[in-house]
Design a protein around this ligand. Structure first.
Ligand code: FES
Length: 147
């Protein structure tokens, strides 16, 4: 009962908030809002990162490996991002705070493969929240054929 009343009140408040106030010409504000919506829809939240000295963009929350592959950086990933091979290893030169914290499986994999540097991450597991600079540990496999 209370939930129904609360939902009804909430709907009424939302309706009054989006309806134009009588006598107020807010066309400019509406146009600016609509332009901003289009701008955001056209370019989702992207973060610039530097991968082996190459500046690329990644969707916020995406993995370093995904960003590399999408931008033609041919980083090895033998196990298919299952934390088994550690061939996607990268060294974080700067911005390590902008990566998601390391999970247990990533820590285990890095220890298993004797990567003792605290700046080493698996590109298939590290998700990007802000600008970072990384260098691949293994040599890249060359350019993608259509990249
Ligand atoms: S691709 Fe194998 S550990 Fe990342």
């Amino acid at each position: 009962m209370d939930t129904e009343k609360n939902e009804f009140d909430f709907a009424a408040r939302m309706k009054s908030a989006i309806e134009p106030a009588r006598g107020v010409d807010d066309r400019d504000l509406r146009n600016a809002f609509s332009a901003r919506l289009k701008q955001v829809a056209a370019k989702p939240d992207v973060v610039p990162i530097e991968f082996d000295g190459r500046r690329i963009e990644v969707r916020r929350g995406g993995t370093l490996l995904g960003a590399a592959m999408k931008n033609g950086v041919r980083l090895m990933h033998v196990c298919g991002a299952r934390t088994l091979c550690a061939t996607c290893r990268v060294v974080v030169e700067s911005g390590e705070d902008n990566l998601t914290p390391m999970r247990g499986s990533e820590k285990f994999s890095l220890r298993w493969h004797l990567s003792v540097s605290p700046r080493t991450r698996l590109a298939c597991q590290a998700r990007v929240n802000g600008p970072v600079e990384v260098e691949s540990v293994f040599p890249l496999c060359g350019e993608l054929p259509n990249g």
